[in-house]
Write a protein that binds this ligand. Structure first.
Ligand code: HEM
Length: 417
């Protein structure tokens, strides 16, 4: 006999999730004193799961699949339709190899060196400005670097538009109404731009270097030996550029951490024991980004005496798992030190998904994210001085994805290196 899964009384959790945001699921798990409960989500029956052991089953590709698991409204804004995130089995594996082939140490080092140059140039520019809205400026500088690295031409006059559009696509994922529509418009502008890049490469009108993301996506062949259609190649090239630009959000969180917990600034300046790595890991754990991830049960199975029926939608509570006191001592304290003894488990620290990069859906750009954040922290602590004027730094947990109201303003920037 299996145990019945606790049933949530809310008719449909969708609206509550939109209203209450990141902490909602964790509150419910606490309420039911359980790592599992069932509810309805977007009109469908859904099972919510939480914690390290839950992540372990969620990332078993034998048990879960992604086909039809991502709502169309999220595909039409955030990630594009029918891309890698929605694939399973050998097709997914082949596509994932394409993304991971870009993540060589040499490629990552190249991107970091372009980013470092962009930081230096930006700091000189910021010296001349009364106020710098850090989130927007970092979005711009990362967008320039990402396009240069990927070999996607980007005119300086278009940087703000393109960078903002990538930001709006991400900003739309937990939104209804104007923020969602803004994300849709941004995606359609972006797909037009990148679609033309793919077409021009294929027609020989645009030459790109082998080994770059633009080249790889334009010439990739699927498991049947076919080139991706223009739309698919466009979506996948944007699946490289957009999330690189999204690192600006984590950089903004890092700047907030430096402001709110200034003790870490000094340690980072002294650069002891690879402290920057501990610091950026804690930023990715502490500050909310991805709230939940969804998949469908691939085949009937049992876990902890609960029955999972084929086809059921399952939501993994990412934010709650990153703030679970069984995994993280004093989870609501900002403490980079905790990562000194972290055992590197692929299932407890899941800000960008968990499990295996190749066989599962774990984020292809996690190494880039960590390195780009380290570059940013290095510049913020060692290469510049600045003031943080009074502003509204409130970050609502009911806004998904969240961001400080002011987007983090700095002033009186001085280069120190
Ligand atoms: C997948 C988060 C940066 C490329 C994911 C997933 C999350 C995530 C939560 C889904 C995992 C799952 O479905 O189980 C983030 C965050 C980032 C970031 C918060 C930093 C702001 C990047 C970067 C790249 C990237 C820099 C590329 C250069 C991808 C791709 C996938 C993915 C291609 C799909 C993987 C698959 O379905 O197999 N990311 N990501 N991401 N990410 Fe990231």
């Amino acid at each position: 006999m299996t145990t019945p899964i606790p049933r949530d009384k809310d008719l449909d959790s969708t609206l509550k999730l939109l209203l209450n945001g990141y902490p909602l699921l964790q509150e419910k798990f606490r309420h039911y004193d359980s790592d599992i409960f069932r509810t309805r989500f977007l009109g469908q029956k859904a099972v919510c799961i939480h914690g390290q052991e839950a992540a372990e089953i969620f990332y078993n590709p034998e048990l879960f699949e992604r086909k039809n698991a991502i709502p169309k409204r999220i595909q039409k804004t955030l990630m594009g339709e029918n891309g890698i995130q929605t694939m399973d089995g050998p097709e997914h594996r082949r596509r994932k190899e394409l993304f991971m082939s870009l993540m060589t140490q040499e490629n990552i080092n190249n991107l970091m060196s372009i980013m470092a140059d962009e930081w230096q140039t930006s700091i000189y520019k910021w010296e001349e400005m009364d106020e710098v809205v850090l989130y927007k400026e970092v979005q711009d500088l990362i967008c320039r670097a990402a396009c240069a690295w990927a070999d996607v031409p980007l005119k300086e006059s278009k940087v703000r538009r393109r960078a903002a559009d990538f930001g709006y696509m991400v900003d739309a994922f937990g939104a209804v109404g104007p923020r969602h529509w803004r994300g849709k418009r941004a995606r359609s502008r972006g797909e037009k731009w990148i679609g033309k890049v793919i077409k021009d490469i294929r027609k020989g009108k645009l030459e790109v270097r082998e080994g770059t993301a633009a080249h790889a996506m334009a010439w990739h062949r699927d498991i049947n030996g076919e080139l991706l259609d223009i739309h698919m190649a466009t979506v996948e090239l944007m699946n490289v550029l957009r999330p690189i630009v999204a690192i600006a959000r984590y950089v903004t969180f890092a700047a907030i951490a430096l402001h709110q917990y200034p003790v870490h600034r000094q340690i980072l300046k002294e650069d002891e024991d690879n402290y920057a790595e501990l610091f950026v890991q804690e930023v990715r754990r502490f500050y909310p980004f991805t709230p939940v991830l969804g998949a469908h049960v691939r085949t009937d199975f049992e876990w902890q005496n609960y029955h999972f029926k084929k086809g059921t939608m399952v939501l993994l509570d990412v934010y709650g798992t990153l703030h679970d006191e069984r995994l993280w001592e004093r989870p609501n304290a900002f403490s980079p030190e905790r990562f000194r003894d972290w055992d590197g488990s692929p299932f407890d620290f899941i800000p960008q998904g968990g499990g295996d990069y190749m066989t599962g859906h774990r984020c292809a750009g996690e190494w880039i994210t960590i390195e780009a954040m380290k570059v940013a922290v290095n510049y913020l602590t060692k290469a510049m001085e600045y003031r943080v004027p009074n502003q509204d730094l409130d970050m609502s947990l009911s806004r998904m994805p969240t961001i400080p109201v002011s987007r983090f303003i700095i002033s009186q920037v001085r280069a120190t290196a």
